[in-house]
Design a protein around this ligand. Structure first.
Ligand SMILES: Nc1ncnc2c1ncn2[C@@H]1O[C@H](COP(=O)(O)OP(=O)(O)O)[C@@H](O)[C@H]1O
Ligand SMILES: [Mg+2]
Length: 149
């Protein structure tokens, strides 16, 4: 699925569409250059999921934890600053990934071997003031989830 935002306000609807597309997927990896809008998208996703905590970039903390009004937990990771996958392992990343809770991951490229088999990939492309969001669900038997060129 492909979505386009020309304005920040477009993210409200985009967040809704992403949540619907995600279905029961709990691991959402968000790819994109610095400044592409990964953290911003996560803020809108969290708003739409009724997160009661304030959402911020875990660039320094590496992991933030949020609760929704329904009592769900969301773990928000940013692996930009790590040098090796071992560092992510030492943070207990896999315990979070296999906890059954939501995990939103910025810079998943840093931990290719730690990402579970089933995940939603959101790839953000920022060109001429427009953000394009490409969504693919991986690790499903469902042929409808396969990426199409
Ligand atoms: N869809 C968008 N429309 C307009 N501005 C955006 C959008 N997404 C992000 N921004 C702006 O771009 C800047 C970088 O966004 P950020 O989410 O921090 O990027 P990243 O986490 O990918 O490094 C912020 O100032 C943010 O307000
Ligand atoms: Mg960020």
């Amino acid at each position: 699925m492909e979505l386009i935002a020309s304005h920040l306000s477009d993210l409200v609807l985009i967040a809704r569409q992403i949540i619907d597309f995600a279905g029961d997927y709990k691991i959402w990896i968000i790819k994109g250059d610095l400044g592409a809008g990964k953290t911003t998208l996560i803020k809108y996703l969290c708003d739409e999921m009724d997160v009661v905590d304030s959402v911020s970039s875990p660039t320094f903390s590496l992991i933030n934890e949020y609760q929704t009004a329904k009592g769900e937990t969301i773990y928000h990771f940013d692996f930009y600053r790590i040098e090796t996958e071992k560092e992510a392992e030492n943070l207990g990343s896999e315990e979070y990934f296999y906890s059954g809770e939501f995990c939103f991951v910025e810079w998943p490229e840093k931990i290719p071997n730690l990402i579970p088999e089933q995940y939603l990939e959101i790839s953000i492309n920022f060109i001429s003031n427009k953000r394009k969001f490409y969504l693919t669900r991986y690790g499903s038997e469902d042929i409808r989830d396969r990426a199409v060129d």
